[in-house]
Design a binder for this molecule. Structure first.
Ligand code: NAG
Ligand code: NAG
Ligand code: NAG
Ligand code: NAG
Ligand code: NAG
Ligand code: NAG
Length: 427
């Protein structure tokens, strides 16, 4: 009876005042190590698009903070200040947080706030987690890299890595060492020094193989390849596999090389759908800063920016869906008093299970610990960036090779095998 009366009153007031009792405000905290114009684009655009909707259930805002990676006091103070504000936050999104994320993550865990990240990190195995990472789960990613090497049909090669993290990414590839059709593969593993001059190391490995896997920071790729060129290690017969997910942002023409250079990516900057989204980002940004039309070429967009877009839209969609049936009210949280978020735990579980839609990085699914177990790794030759040579799908752990008429990915090897088959079947 009372419910009915309330509903009636509410209906009347909806007619008079829109958004009777439905409208909620949700602030999403975003923490950067380094704020860049590029990474603000998807945030601004998604926010604007969301809030433009009339009668929206939730009005969103962001609270953007910068932390100092080398100062853990600064990190914890920034996060505690952010979640302690009067209206509280619904969730925290952490960008480029590799170094600082353990601190941010533990504060979120203790206060039961969803913690969303998008950088490579060790696999989460905690039973009770508050984390969602849009970056591929570490072990599956390492498996994907292995499948790329297998598809390239490399048996003997040199791995050059920069950090411990890089070595972890190589852990599956290293298993190729064990045996290969009864024959032992030879894999040489070397760690790059602090640089910038790596010639001594490159000379050491020059005669070891013609196949190289380079796992290093994106900004070091071209300098290292130029040094390799000096040492005549970037010739026609040389093959490189670059594991950086931002390798698509580099200009390889300055290398003037005939060597085969293979890269991977999580999204395709050449796809029309992506370019349309990018156009919208730039359009809505230029509306703010009248006349100041700034351009961003599709292949200059970092993987992290794209993951940030996927993560941010997902969190907003989750809050919107939840708001239709339950409270998404946020509350201030005190780190000292160890208070907790009222609705954070429910939001986290909802976001972990809900399938993100309209993502720019393909299918997304999380396991029970918040690791991203569905993703796709595209394989691309730097000479033909518009043609994806193959894709490894994590959900069925299988590699699809696209062998178009003009795409000769492992075609020569396949031809050799064909010749062998023909020869042997003659007798
Ligand atoms: C933390 O460091 C960032 C970047 O150096 C700075 O902008 C911010 O004000 C600092 N915050 C606190 C709480 O000290
Ligand atoms: C973790 O969760 C599983 C079920 O999901 C349960 O069987 C196990 O006891 C839990 N472990 C801990 C340490 O809580
Ligand atoms: C590498 O091979 C070249 C040519 O075959 C040879 O001159 C050179 O001494 C070799 N270098 C090493 C380090 O073995
Ligand atoms: C380099 O790649 C091209 C095209 O993918 C292929 O035809 C060629 O055989 C490769 N070269 C080597 C040395 O593997
Ligand atoms: C794996 O999944 C992809 C994408 O969903 C699909 O195109 C492919 O056929 C699947 N491969 C196998 C072997 O099932
Ligand atoms: C493939 O080759 C044909 C003829 O050689 C050419 O017309 C076409 O543009 C090529 N396609 C691509 C994607 O390079």
């Amino acid at each position: 009876m009372w419910t009915r009366l309330w509903l009636f009153l509410c209906l009347i007031s909806v007619l008079v005042v829109p958004h009777c009792g439905f409208r909620a405000d949700a602030t999403i905290g975003v923490i950067f190590n380094e704020i860049s114009w590029q990474s603000l684009l998807p945030l601004r655009n998604a926010l604007k698009k969301q809030n433009m909707v009339d009668q929206a259930l939730v009005r969103f805002s962001t609270d953007i903070q910068q932390v100092s990676a080398s100062d853990s006091f600064n990190v914890s103070k920034t996060v505690c200040d952010l979640i302690g504000r009067r209206n509280g936050v619904a969730a925290i999104i952490s960008v480029q947080g590799s170094e600082t994320s353990p601190i941010q993550e533990s504060i979120c865990f203790n206060s039961e706030l969803p913690f969303i990240s998008m950088s490579w990190g060790p696999t989460q195995v905690n039973n009770i987690s508050m984390s969602l990472n849009f970056y591929p789960e570490a072990k599956l990613f390492a498996k994907g890299l292995l499948e790329v090497v297998k598809a390239l049909r490399w048996n003997s090669f040199v791995i050059l890595y920069e950090t411990e993290e890089g070595l972890i990414r190589m852990q599956e590839i290293l298993k190729l060492q064990e045996f290969h059709r009864g024959k032992r593969n030879s894999i040489l593993v070397k760690q790059l020094g602090p640089g910038p001059d790596h010639r001594t190391l490159l000379k050491e490995i020059r005669n070891a193989s013609e196949y190289f896997i380079l796992d290093c920071k994106t900004e070091n790729i071209i300098p290292i390849l130029l040094q390799a060129k000096d040492l005549r290690m970037l010739e026609l017969h040389n093959n490189y596999f670059l594991t950086s997910l931002d390798a698509h942002t580099l200009d390889y023409s300055i290398l003037k090389t005939t060597a085969n250079i293979t890269t991977i990516r999580l999204f395709d900057p050449n796809r029309q759908e992506f370019q349309n989204v990018l156009k919208r980002w730039l359009l809505s940004d230029n509306e703010n800063e009248n006349e100041n039309t700034i351009d961003l070429p599709p292949n200059a967009v970092l993987t992290e920016t794209v993951l940030l877009y996927d993560a941010f839209t997902h969190v907003m969609e989750c809050i919107k869906s939840l708001a239709a049936t339950s409270s998404v009210e946020t509350n201030p949280i005190s780190c000292e008093e160890k208070s907790k978020s009222k609705n954070g735990f429910a939001l986290y579980n909802f976001c972990r299970v809900k399938k993100p839609e309209k993502t720019l990085t393909g299918a997304v699914k999380f396991d029970e610990f918040g690791n991203r177990v569905h993703f796709k790794i595209d394989v691309v030759d730097v000479d033909t960036p518009t043609a994806t040579l193959g894709s490894w799908h994590s959900h069925n752990e299988s590699m699809m090779l696209y062998r178009g008429e003009n795409e000769t990915f492992d075609a020569s090897v396949a031809n050799l095998q064909k010749i062998k088959v023909i020869v042997s079947s003659r007798y």
